[in-house]
Design a protein around this ligand. Sequence first.
Ligand code: FES
Length: 107
Amino acid sequence: MPTIHLVHADGHTVTIEGRAGRNLMQAAVAASVEAIVADCGGTLSCATCHVMLDEPWRSRVPAPTADEAAMLELTAAPREPGSRLSCQIVIEATHEGLVARVAARQY
Ligand code: FES
């Protein structure tokens, strides 16, 4: 159960427990993290689960697929180099301590 830290736009951090094999969006929603809206439930069609990864975590998760990259063009908050859709980040045991910044807005 990797521990994951979600840093919100106002600076506060929510620490959640991830489960290997599930995705980051699912972990955030299960923990009632309201800033992760996830309207589509993880079907890669809403871009309301936007987070940003900084190094070293940005390099420790697989790169976005072409479909995710296309959806990242539709995020409400400006896309950054480390922008990801959290429903596409599958949690692994090696992600212990992962830090993700939550986008300031999802709409
Ligand atoms: S939950 Fe809709 S794209 Fe991630």
